[in-house]
Write a protein that binds this ligand. Structure first.
Ligand code: SF4
Ligand code: SF4
Length: 483
């Protein structure tokens, strides 16, 4: 095998032609070793630093070289024969992008809320925005029509799938969904009745995202019997971390949430937590772990705060939150607690499969039904009804040709020029377009959610470090260096 140099990142591989580093290749230093990865192929190759330098020098010197490692580097597209290979990889990835197919339905049972958290991205903390929310709760009539539309979407989009793999998801959301508890129960029971007629509903799953304040014993038992997963939103472990979680009169809610959690524990009803990471809550990892242990929580998801013109976060917040999530994940897995946000990316990394979208809106796989029956793609736009363009009273919704669903289906990082050279491209899934939109004047849903980039890159570093620890029984901080 002969190699000769044409530049530091491009060389001649005899018998094959010019060989070069893929534009998707990235290099990290791990102590005395390095790891290389193609961000779309997602198969890391670990080498000693010295070996990497030797290979690189051989490549640059044009001397004969026959390193086994080069075979691996080629196999996993870290080095490629020519630039067309990069285009082919990207085309391959794009050709496997999931087609928009609705499988998730948000029922906004009430746009009203009994809290007014200071960071609320829906705008429930803003008197002006609050005026825009529909005053009445979702009626049974609207719920019936929403059920019909969701089933219709499932039948259009999921009918060619193997029934076992179809997992329709209904999420009860708000405002505060438990303000309209009767309709919640009605919807679950109605879907369960309809399972006989519609086999696609066989594996339907229900969950409610609630601030928990209205959860009494009867509701807890009911929801458990109805197999509705309960996710309680909270901002951390103490009053201080939850200081932004206040009711409409500005009174703190944390004490009341703790009483509910105590009751839940007594009753033995499993719940998960949806933890919004405030600047205060990420200061004390141990306290957060104590809370999770105290309430025997087995699953949770961390939410990174959104920032906008009225709610400005310091630059350092993104980094601190990203590091906190990774640190917590390391401890939680030892405790057998499932953290959803990292697990979604980790699955992609472990299976070497590109993760296209981190939310069902950017996968164009969800519909959101507002309390008055308006249908949109993202509940983050409830206040201004942007990206809502249908209503349950319309007979058929053809989302395949719909401008909104089609536009949102192109928001994956794999379609974005700015993301092509990013190391986290294959595991990222993109952030929240609504956060990107609100981040600064002039932004659109196509802008970057930069807060999320920090998180995605921190996750990739952690995965590479962790795999290194598992395979080589060595620990080292992973640091990106130029190739
Ligand atoms: S776009 Fe943002 S607010 Fe809307 S569903 Fe996705 S993550 Fe949530
Ligand atoms: S959104 Fe950010 S982290 Fe994700 S691929 Fe794009 S640049 Fe990378």
């Amino acid at each position: 095998m002969y190699l000769c140099c044409s530049s530091t990142s491009s060389f001649i591989y005899e018998g094959v032609g010019q060989v070069l580093f893929s534009k998707y290749a990235h290099l990290y230093r791990l102590g005395n070793d390095v790891v290389l990865i193609n961000s779309l192929r997602l198969k890391p190759v670990y080498l000693s630093y010295n070996k990497f330098i030797t290979i690189k020098e051989f490549l640059e010197s044009g001397k004969e070289c026959d390193f086994d490692e080069l075979v691996e580097l080629k196999k996993y597209k870290i080095v490629i024969e020519n630039q067309k290979d990069d285009s082919r990889i990207l085309e391959f990835v794009k050709s496997h992008a999931p087609h928009p197919a609705v499988s998730v339905c948000y029922f906004i049972l009430s746009e009203q809320c009994n809290l007014a958290c200071k960071y609320c991205f829906l705008g429930n903390n803003d008197k002006e925005k609050r005026k825009h929310f529909y005053k009445q709760h979702m009626s049974q009539e609207v719920a019936d029509k929403a059920i019909f539309h969701f089933i219709e979407q499932l039948e259009w989009h999921q009918e060619h799938q193997d029934l076992e793999s179809v997992r329709p998801v209904v999420i009860f959301y708000g405002g505060e969904p438990l303000l309209n508890y009767d309709v919640l129960k009605y919807v679950v029971k109605r879907f369960n009745q309809l399972k006989e007629e519609h086999e696609l509903l066989k594996n339907i799953e229900f969950s409610v995202v609630t601030n928990g304040l209205l959860l009494d014993e009867e509701k807890l038992r009911d929801l458990h019997d109805l197999k509705v997963s309960i996710a309680i939103s909270i901002d951390g472990c103490d009053e201080k971390s939850n200081s932004m979680r206040v009711d409409t009169n500005g009174n703190p809610a944390f004490g009341r949430i703790v009483k509910v959690l105590d009751r839940i524990k007594e009753l033995g009803v499993p719940v998960s937590l949806s933890i919004t990471l405030t600047e205060e809550s990420i200061k004390n990892k141990q306290k957060m772990i104590d809370l999770i242990k105290r309430y025997e929580i087995k699953g949770l998801g961390f939410n990174i705060l959104m920032s906008d013109a009225n709610f400005i976060l310091p630059e350092s917040y993104s980094v601190d939150a990203a590091n906190f999530i990774v640190d917590m994940f390391k401890t939680l897995r030892e405790l057998g607690v499932y953290e959803d946000r990292i697990m979604r990316k980790l699955n992609a990394f472990v299976n070497s499969q590109v993760y296209y979208s981190d939310c069902a809106a950017t996968a164009a796989s969800q519909i959101v039904v507002a309390a008055n029956g308006d249908i949109g793609i993202c509940h983050g736009c409830l206040a201004d009804r942007k990206y809502f363009n249908h209503n349950v009273s319309e007979s058929h919704l053809n989302l395949d040709n719909d401008l909104i669903w089609n536009e949102w289906s192109t928001l994956s990082p794999i379609y974005k020029d700015e993301c092509q050279e990013c190391e986290a491209l294959g595991i990222c899934g993109g952030g929240c377009p609504i956060n990107a939109l609100k981040e600064k004047e002039g932004n659109t849903i196509h802008s970057m959610d930069r807060r999320f980039c920090v998180h995605s890159k921190a996750c990739l570093e952690f995965f590479l470090e962790d795999l290194y620890r598992i395979i080589f029984k060595k620990t080292s901080r992973c640091k990106k260096i130029s190739l």
